[in-house]
Design a protein around this ligand. Structure first.
Ligand code: NAP
Length: 367
């Protein structure tokens, strides 16, 4: 039997945590051995802790039901047996930073869904198809912090997943893109459970101003270049973004307008760049890597959240509506699954990349 890598989940009882448990069930590399949540769940078996609030369409995985839930941040809990922790808990940013740093200082690497560390120097925001090279800053991060084995890696806001990947595909085909306008239509599950009140979202859309800054700062960092062990953000990339919560259960949609500098490509040339894009995860055959990662469609009535969010097991980006535009030059609409590609699936994908690149402690493999 193949030896697996023990991993833990901080925030295991939440919406993202529950997704982790299903996505990691039968994962070829990882096995969940440690669970933690807030004090209200701690000390109980997982099954008891989520009684009445298990929100997934499949039952709790068999091996997880009786696992004990520990308190997030409790130093005496046996998290040290894990080669990696996935962090998806809801606390304020200062508290989140303190807790995540505590685990890294204690020697355990973290892949975080939380926003708290995304803009911290030397903490990369990893999209495995886009910037796998940014993992190189882990060395500088450890040196600065004095951490020997631990480190923190984040994944981006779920709202930018849908457009950052196609923009990267076009950039890597040689097109220079410095101006982007997006409208991000974010699904209800992006706010966790129970999330927004039904009275707010039935027959309505709710602006999310707090997401708008992240919508340009994070891509600037993700597309940034490496210099002397640091990530230099692409400061001259200008993104103007509106974000709205919409009455869709899962699947974030981005309507995108963008300018290409220099010669103006034909739509066929852009289509070819999008359809042929392959990232390092596709080359490395990482278990969660969709093939192809961008599902291009000429059907102008797609993408649609209900029809397209599960493509590539929720890890693909579906892109349609590629057209010339009188504003900025070009436009498209792209969709990805916010709790899979945008949360637990994206973080597992990053962990697979960490494993492939030798960043995980293989002494911690279990039988
Ligand atoms: P959620 O359903 O509200 O779950 C929150 C989790 O955090 C639960 O396990 C909860 O434990 C724990 N928790 C709550 N307050 C805490 C505290 N003060 N200290 C420690 N743990 C606490 O939220 P979610 O949607 O899973 O989101 C979790 C994180 O992922 C958030 O930072 C969110 O921004 C991020 N995220 C979410 C999505 C998405 O699509 N939903 C996408 C990307 C990123 P109890 O059950 O014991 O209360």
């Amino acid at each position: 039997m193949k030896r697996k890598i023990p991993v833990g989940i901080l925030g295991a009882t939440g919406m993202v945590g529950q997704n982790y448990l299903l996505l990691l069930q039968d994962h070829p590399l990882f096995e969940v051995t440690f669970l933690a949540a807030s004090e209200r769940s701690a000390g109980r078996s997982y099954e008891s802790a989520v009684t009445g609030r298990w929100r997934m369409g499949e039952p709790i995985p068999e091996g997880i039901r009786s696992l004990k839930v520990h308190t997030i941040g409790d130093d005496s809990a046996p998290y040290g047996e894990c080669a990696l922790l996935f962090s998806a808990f809801s606390a304020n940013k200062d508290e989140t930073r303190r807790i995540e740093r505590g685990y890294a200082a204690a020697g355990v690497p973290l892949v975080s869904n939380n926003s708290a560390h995304r803009l911290t120097d030397n903490v990369p925001i990893i999209m495995p198809e886009v910037n796998p090279g940014h993992l190189a800053v882990i060395g500088e991060q450890r040196k600065r912090e004095g951490w020997e084995r631990g480190f923190i890696v984040t994944k981006p806001n779920c709202g930018i997943q849908s457009y950052a990947l196609p923009i990267h595909a076009l950039k890597s085909a040689g097109y220079v893109i410095k101006e982007i306008i997006t409208t991000n239509l974010q699904a209800l599950s992006g706010a966790g459970y129970p999330g927004q009140s039904t009275l707010d979202v039935i027959d309505n859309m709710v602006p999310l101003p707090s997401e708008e800054e992240e919508a340009f700062r994070e891509p600037q960092k993700i597309f940034g270049t490496l210099k002397d062990g640091r990530i230099l953000p692409e400061d001259d990339l200008r993104i103007s973004s509106s974000c709205l919560r919409v009455p869709v259960v899962h699947g974030h949609t981005s309507c995108v307008w963008f300018a290409v500098e220099g010669d103006q490509p034909s739509l066929e040339e852009l289509e070819e760049a999008l359809c042929h894009f392959r990232g390092e995860p596709q080359e490395l055959l990482l278990p969660s890597a969709p093939h192809p990662v961008i599902r291009f469609t000429r059907d102008n009535r797609r993408p649609q959240a209900r029809l397209d969010r599960d493509r590539g097991k929720g890890m693909a980006v579906t892109l349609g509506g590629l057209q010339k535009s009188p504003v900025l030059g070009y436009r498209f609409t792209a969709l990805s699954h916010n709790t899979v590609r945008g949360a637990a699936g994206g973080a597992i994908h990053t962990a697979e990349l960490l494993e492939a690149k030798g960043f995980l402690d293989m002494d911690k493999k279990i039988l």
